[in-house]
Write a protein of this length. Structure first.
Length: 292
């Protein structure tokens, strides 16, 4: 994919002013001074691809609805919760999986190719960095495009599971209303009542998306690996995240401890504003392409 200016989808992007030339210069200086840049991205980098985030004022999922993402304990404990989750996910998958990377994802891929970006950590589960071609990357919270068995660990592609859902539910139909950052859609209990969920093809165990649900924790190995990459870096850039979730915030605290300069590019306040070297209120897809 080239860096051609794809038209951004701004339906889920909070209103903001165009980038200030002075701020562009400041971020340019910040990036130019870095030899091994550590980048962390959040839902705000994917909103321009048409995927809503949770927390943005006015346009985030929490602002528009009373829906909340599934909790880890509920998914593990309740067959009904799993049936509801997978029915909604089945309906939302064709749309969610079709989202494409926007200019911001492609810029970060270019920075990696140029040797500027040392490591990228994304809190997103939408696979857009992978689709953009990023390789020096950790998906902190996993990815919805992979599914695994809680009993035997067997992995299956989410696209393959979609075919199993279709075979098990040939006459089941439901119309979706609104899509969430994790591909969830809104269906009534009545709609999901007859939906059939497949078991693991190898052992008959419970299938779960390879994502860290709310209330679950990121594995110790993954956290250690990211800390190692951060220790090798000389600057940290946060793009499109308010850093409200501790699993990501801990790395900003570690960066501060290592006395690394931290720049934030996010519309609206973040948890790091009081100790960041630089804070920019702009769209990622509008500002990042201006940095060379």
């Amino acid at each position: 994919q080239s860096l051609s200016r794809t038209s951004p989808n701004l339906a889920f992007v909070p209103a903001c002013l165009p980038p200030d030339p002075v701020e562009v210069e400041e971020l340019q200086r910040f990036v130019s001074n870095s030899k091994r840049l550590f980048v962390m991205t959040g839902a705000g980098i994917s909103t321009e691809s048409g995927i809503p985030d949770y927390r943005s004022e006015g346009v985030g999922l929490y602002a528009r609805t009373d829906r909340r993402p599934i909790q880890h304990a509920e998914f593990i404990r309740s067959a009904n919760a799993r049936q509801r989750y997978w029915a909604r996910n089945f309906v939302g998958w064709p749309q969610f999986s079709s989202h494409q990377p926007n200019t911001a994802h492609l810029v970060l891929r270019e920075w990696e190719k140029l040797g500027k970006l040392h490591w990228l950590v994304t809190q997103n589960v939408d696979a857009l960095h992978t689709k953009a071609g990023s390789q020096r990357m950790t998906e902190l919270h996993g990815c919805t495009h992979r599914v695994f068995c809680l009993a035997c660990g067997d992995q299956v592609l989410r696209s393959e599971l979609q075919k199993q859902f279709e075979a098990l539910n040939p006459t089941w139909k439901a119309e979706a209303f609104g899509v969430a950052p994790d591909g969830d859609v809104f269906l009534t209990d009545e709609q999901v009542h007859n939906f059939q969920v497949p078991d693991c093809r190898k052992c008959g165990g419970i299938l779960k998306p390879d994502v860290t649900f709310f209330g679950d924790t990121v594995s110790r190995e993954k956290v250690s690996f990211v800390h190692e990459r951060l220790a090798e870096s000389d600057c940290m850039l946060v793009a499109g995240s308010s850093m409200q979730v501790y699993s990501g915030y801990r790395f900003a605290l570690a960066a501060r401890e290592q006395q690394l300069p931290i720049a934030i590019l996010n519309i609206g306040p973040t948890r790091l504003d009081h100790f960041a070297s630089l804070k920019l209120n702009s769209r990622c897809g509008e500002l990042l392409p201006l940095i060379v």
